[in-house]
Write a protein that binds this ligand. Structure first.
Ligand SMILES: NC(=O)c1ccc[n+]([C@@H]2O[C@H](COP(=O)([O-])OP(=O)(O)OC[C@H]3O[C@@H](n4cnc5c(N)ncnc54)[C@H](O)[C@@H]3O)[C@@H](O)[C@H]2O)c1
Length: 445
């Protein structure tokens, strides 16, 4: 009888959220990470990132013994199903970095060497088509001396959870995609059936290539939807009397389009969309096809944050020496993650123009301090950030900023110029009382 029902290798944002939720759903879970400091912190229920709802679950499952963590990867041999959830960041050219996957596979292979029970290796990391069978399987065969299909099996099982709602997404997934040989997909499906019971969503079992491509097609489509609405927003900004909020509402009611991901803003960031779209582009190019929609998606996205800086210039002229207050730094609300956050581009552009940058974020100040290294002033609250500012830019739509009223900006700022980069504020109310501009908002005539 194996000691654990599953092992999760890589306790970053996805691995830890998934492992804790699996344990909450009744599985006996082993979590492994090479980072010993992280293991020591997780053991105490301490998180190195912010994710709503995760901490209490983690504390509970560690305490009741359903979740055990270790830096000893060899322990994975005690679990029949081993999830790989290590990072697959972008290389310089945008293609997928596979070194974490390769080393984790080698270590897992060494861990299951000599074992006489069958292990299923499940690749949950986002990997380009071929990752499971051409990267992971050969490394495990080499390190374990076992043969794929006999001593061990492999599946691709891409993850779709969203930062900020990782718990809800893991406890109630929309669908589960599994790519592998029938024996392996059935083994993983049985695990999911056991933990989700009646709540098991639709499970699509296919081959690894399709499963891997589904993840890239999914993220490229969502990113494209964002760039699409941002492109229409840019037209609205030139077209008097137009408003992207109304346009998005109008088209979102068409069932074929739907309202999700139709919110215009300063572009997408985070650890997934930019890297996955870029990896998809590079992967397609290697196949001999240049994917024009994916390329345009990135092109629109790269310019969106700079458009906020241009709006500030339109209002203030030369930005040199001007105090610009940024509200929000995280790539989206409810996270402290700043990987590929648009705030980084905005800060870079403002500093290039010699503006004085002040910023606030409810959760990401520590992350920001490491990124900006003293080049901007980080403020503990929004009001301190706005004090004496020449212009404010709303970068991340945290709910706490929604309670700010025009009178707050007027009272605190030297010059009440506000650029709403996420359409958080009521455009009519704010335009009446402030010098206001917003993404996708045409001028009034
Ligand atoms: N972040 C998201 O919202 C999200 C959503 C869906 C899918 N994904 C995908 O999930 C994967 C993981 O993403 P993440 O954001 O959790 O990454 P991350 O960088 O936060 O975490 C990766 C973890 O793996 C550990 N690690 C690296 N090599 C290891 C090894 N050999 N053995 C054990 N541990 C090792 C690292 O120490 C780190 O803790 C990526 O492929 C990503 O694209 C991410």
């Amino acid at each position: 009888m194996p000691k654990y029902s599953v092992a999760v290798v890589g306790l970053g944002f996805v691995g830890l959220s998934t492992a804790a939720c699996f344990a909450k759903l009744g599985a006996k879970v082993l979590g492994v990470d090479i980072d010993k400091k992280k293991i020591a912190a997780v053991e105490k229920g301490v998180l190195s990132f912010y994710e709503p709802g995760l901490k209490p679950i983690l504390k509970k499952v560690i305490k009741d013994g359903s979740f055990t963590v270790s830096s000893n990867i060899r322990l994975v041999a005690q679990a029949p199903i081993i999830f790989i959830v290590v990072g697959t960041p972008s290389k310089e050219d945008g293609s997928m970095e596979d070194r974490f996957l390769l080393s984790a596979s080698r270590q897992i292979g060494a861990g299951i060497k000599g074992s006489n029970s069958y292990h299923l290796i499940v690749v949950k990391s986002t990997g380009i088509p071929g990752t499971s069978l051409k990267l992971v399987v050969p490394e495990i065969e080499k390190a374990s001396g076992l043969k794929y299909g006999e001593g061990f099996g492999a599946c691709s099982n891409p993850e779709f959870l969203r930062e900020g709602s990782a718990i809800e997404d893991t406890l109630n997934p929309d669908r589960i995609i599994i790519g592998g040989r029938p024996k392996d997909t059935e083994m993983l499906k049985t695990f999911y059936k056991k933990i989700y019971g009646k709540k098991l969503p639709k499970v699509i079992c296919t081959n690894p290539t399709n499963a891997e491509l589904i993840k890239y097609a999914n993220n490229t489509f969502l990113a494209m939807k964002i760039s699409f609405i941002n492109q229409i927003a840019r037209v609205c900004e030139i077209l008097p009397e137009s408003d992207i909020g109304v346009i998005a509402n109008g088209i979102g009611l068409d069932k074929r389009i739907n309202p999700l991901f139709l919110r215009a803003g300063l572009g997408f960031g985070g650890s997934c969309f930019p890297k996955d779209v870029k990896a998809f582009i590079e992967f397609s190019k290697k196949l001999g096809y240049y994917p024009p929609l994916a390329e345009a998606t990135m092109k629109v996205n790269e310019d969106q944050p700079i458009s906020a800086v241009r709006m500030a210039e339109k209002k203030l002229g030369n930005l040199e020496g001007k105090k610009i207050a940024l509200l929000g730094l995280a790539f989206k609300p409810d996270t402290d993650d700043m990987r590929e956050a648009v705030s980084i581009t905005i800060v870079k552009e403002l500093l290039k123009r010699k503006a004085k940058v002040f910023a606030h974020d409810p959760k990401a100040l520590n992350t920001a301090a490491a990124i900006f290294d003293g080049k901007i002033s980080l403020e503990k609250n929004a009001k301190a950030c706005l004090k004496n500012a020449d212009c404010a830019i709303l970068v991340t739509e945290w709910m706490e900023y929604a309670s700010l009223k025009p009178k707050d900006f007027k009272k605190l700022m030297k010059n009440p110029v506000l650029i709403d980069g996420r359409r958080l504020f009521d455009a009519d109310e704010f335009s009446e009382q402030l010098d206001f501009a917003a993404v996708g908002l045409g001028s009034k005539v």
